[in-house]
Design a protein around this ligand. Structure first.
Ligand SMILES: CC(C)=CCC/C(C)=C/CC/C(C)=C/CC/C(C)=C/COP(=O)(O)OP(=O)(O)O
Length: 180
């Protein structure tokens, strides 16, 4: 089996590619004056942001199955290795590692925002919803004081429901026409 060493590349293969394929399916707004490449770039960012978040949320349960999807080189930068993940102990090093990864995921979600408003009108609400909902998983990890080793970051039903009108507002208020 080929071991992919680069975390970004892994996320690109498993989610970025899917994100790129969705753009022609969802369509770009005829009102958008942006170059298509910037919209593909935003889509790619959403795929990467989602995948990173998914990996961060599932670290604990993946470890119970004997799996670590986190990159060795980035763990090592914080003095961590696979055994620290399997031990499921939340140390200061772990918290610092997680802060960096959460910032990174937020960076990709922010990049995705611009393109989400330039998709065809009918596609904007579901895309904004998935963006805002998935991003709240990062907040939930923070609220658990970065313990994603023994706790699952959980976003409650009420919060999820409240996200829907918020995403709707975002999807109609930031039209592709107004933003370049
Ligand atoms: C923003 C613009 C311009 C377009 C949108 C582009 C889209 C739709 C991007 C999303 C791409 C995507 C589907 C990414 C994968 C998301 C993800 C983390 C899936 C995880 O799947 P599982 O691993 O099956 O989930 P569970 O761990 O919950 O089972």
């Amino acid at each position: 089996m080929k071991i992919i060493k680069n975390f970004y590349l892994y996320c690109y293969y498993v989610a970025g590619t899917v994100a790129l394929m969705t753009v022609p399916v969802m369509g770009i707004s005829p009102e958008s004056s942006s170059h298509a490449s910037s919209i593909y770039n935003s889509a790619l960012s959403l795929g990467i942001g989602n995948q990173l978040t998914n990996i961060l949320r599932d670290v604990g349960e993946d470890a119970l199955r004997g799996r670590v999807y986190l990159p060795q080189d980035e763990l090592a930068q914080y003095g961590l290795c696979d055994d620290d993940v399997y031990s499921r102990r939340v140390t200061d090093n772990w918290r610092e590692f997680m802060k960096g990864q959460i910032n990174r995921a937020r960076f990709y979600f922010n990049q995705a925002e611009e393109g989400a408003s330039k998709l065809d009108k009918d596609s904007r609400w579901p895309v904004w919803s998935s963006l805002l909902l998935y991003r709240t998983i990062l907040d939930a990890i923070e609220e658990n004081d970065y313990d994603n080793l023994t706790k699952r970051a959980y976003v409650g039903r009420t919060k999820k429901l409240l996200m829907l009108p918020l995403s709707y507002t975002r999807s109609v208020s930031m039209s592709g026409f107004a933003f370049h």
